[in-house]
Design a protein around this ligand. Sequence first.
Ligand SMILES: N[C@@H](CCC[C@H](N)C(=O)O)C(=O)O
Length: 318
Amino acid sequence: MTAPALHHAFAKGHGAENDFVILPDPDGHLTLTPAEVVRLCDRCTGLGADGVLRAVRCAADPEGAVMREAEWFMDYRNADGSLGAMCGNGLRLLGRYLVDAGLHRPGALLIATRAGTRRVHVPDHAGPVTVDMGRPRLSGARGIQVTVAGRTWPAVHVDMGNPHAVVFLEDLRLAGDLRTAPTVTPAAAYPHGATVDFVATRGPHHLQLRVHERGVGETRACGTGACAAVAAARAHQPSPPLAVDYTADLPGGRLHIVVRPSGAIDLTGPAIITAQGTLGLTLPSKSGLPAGSRTWAQRGSGESETSPFRGNRAEHTR
Ligand SMILES: N[C@@H](CCC[C@H](N)C(=O)O)C(=O)O
């Protein structure tokens, strides 16, 4: 049996090499299954990415519709198919895409996420994009520890709309091989898992990071991770200055973080669209043969009959 291909437009891009597949879906016709996201993000059999950004008008999406002040909703998925609430680099890249695609004028855009609405500033020329990430929340939880390959360090719990455990190290090589996820304890502090940010201080306002992202693995950069690191670093200071600029160096590039007097954080960095085209992916069936009906289930017309992952929706609510 031939599997009819359902084509859909895509764009691909990155923010400091944290890379994403963008699926423009203004009218909310696509329903992505976790298996489809996993396949799309696979670097051998898909396009390859740390995550997927479905761009849908708020009015056309049940989750986006409740956030009335924004026009667009960022439906963010991690590479393992799980839902994510916030993504700093993803927001900056989606802003760049919406402007470049003529779907929004340059300047200030309000984009809704599962963690609330964020303001993105996109210049009309190719250049760094800034997002107002809001105020970090430090839970004050004590006794949090991160373990990698038998070595354990204390960690700071920071909520950037998604959960982070920030570990300060003298040397980032101490974090070792991050192909295996670090263990974070107590598990009850992170009921939906955590992104772990390993941070070395390079100067008074200069941090260096390696990040193991929840639902992805070690990534080349993480926007919420860089902001969480700044928030944790300031928490160590007895009286941190009211407003200050920080630099965060990650394997994929440099991000700039400004802490405003209100405590809200602006995150700035590169946001680059690298490709655009049309998808035609098929999912393998349980037998390894191509799925028999369709790859992309359309909203309102039922999910793929043949997806082995149907109903197995991994979700992170925060
Ligand atoms: N890369 C992101 C963070 C993405 C979300 C994370 N994997 C999660 O599950 O919370 C960023 O730039 O912030």
